[in-house]
Ligand binder design. Sequence first.
Ligand code: HEM
Length: 347
Amino acid sequence: MKHFEASKALAEAYKFRNAARHAGPVSTRAFVQEAGQVVLVFDPDVSRAVLTSKTFVGFNYFREGLTRSAELGDELWLIQAFYEASMLFKEGDEHHALKRAFHRMLETACSEVEARHEQVRAYLCKRRACYGNALEFAQAYVRLVVGGVIATLTGIPLRRVWRALALRQNVFFYIYHPARQRATNGALRHLFGDAPRPDPGSPAGLARLLAESLVVMGVDPLIGTLCASLVDPTPERFDSGVFRYCPTSFVSRVCVQTVALDGIDFAPGDVCYAALLPSAQALACPEKTRVAASLSFGVGVHACIGKHLSLVMLRQAEAVYQAGFAEGFAGRVEVAADGAFLAFRSA
Ligand code: HEM
C-alpha cells in the first residue's frame, strides 16, 4: 500500500507494450513515499548505470508480502524457501559462488535439450491438431523441454513435472499477488512435497534450486518470446527476437549509498525499477548492434544465468515450428502484458 502511486504508474508502464515496441515516453519518474522514494527508470542507459553500479543491490521484494500472507494463515513455505535461497536476492561472495556452481549444470542442460530435439519435434508434430494458436504451441514446447530438464535434474517423473508447470503462475506482478504466490507454491509442493530441502551446497540442493529457478523464472519469458516471434508480422529468428521483444520489462533494486542519476538524488533505502526495454533508436539498429546493447537478459552481476539455455531452446523451437507448423495457426493471440513479463492470451 505504501507504494500505491508508484504501483499504479508501474502497472501502466507494464501494460504499455506490444510485441515489438515498449518503452514509455518518459525517462525517469520518482514517487516520494513515507519510507523513501520509489523511482521508475525508463531510459536504458540509466537502467544500465543502475544495474552495473554497486550502489544498488537486489533485495527480496516478496518478503513483506509473504510475512503478511503468513499472518493471514497462508503458509507459503516452499516458495518462501526458494526466494531465501535464490541468487536473485543475494549479493557478494554467496551470490558469486552460487552462480559459478550452476555453470556446469546449465551446460549439461543445454546438451540435453540439443540431444532431445528430434524426440520433441516428433512429439509436437504428432499432436499438431492440439495446438490451435501460437500460445498453445509456445506453452506446449516450453513445458515439454523445460519439464524434461527439471525431470533430469530432480529425478521426478516427467508427468508430475508437467502437472506442476501447469499449476504455476507468474509471480513477478507489479504488486505482491497472494494468489499467484499460492499457485506457484502449490506447483513446488506438487514437485517436491513437504520433504526437507537438501543441503543448499550439495549437488541435490543445487539441482533443486535450478529446477525451482526454471519453474519460477524461466517459463514466462520463454513463452513470451516464442509468442512474440510467432505473431510479429515482420518476424526474425526466434533467438534474435528475444533481444527485440525483451520479455522481462523491468527489474528492481534498492539503493545502498547516496548517488545522483538522471537528475534524481537517490538515498539508501530508495527502490528503483529499471526498465530493460530497448529504445526506439536501438530497435532501428542492425541486429548485431541491437544485440550488443540489449538489456533483455539483464546486465551486471545479476545477469540471467539461463541466457545460453534459453537461446538454445529458442533455436530448437524455431526448427520445430519450421518442420511442422510453418503454415501458421488458425487461432489468433494478442499481447496481454502480465506483470513484468510480455505475455499473450487467445484472442
Ligand atoms: C527468454 C528467457 C529469459 C529471459 C528474457 C530472462 C531474463 C532475465 C533477466 C532480465 C534477469 C535479471 C534479473 C535482475 O537483474 O534482477 C534474469 C535473471 C535470472 N534468470 Fe533469467 N531469463 C530467461 C530465462 C531464464 C531461465 C530459462 C532460467 C533458469 C535457468 C533463468 C533464471 C534466472 C536466474 C536464476 C536469474 C538471477 C540471476 C542473478 O541474480 O544473478 N532465466 N533473467
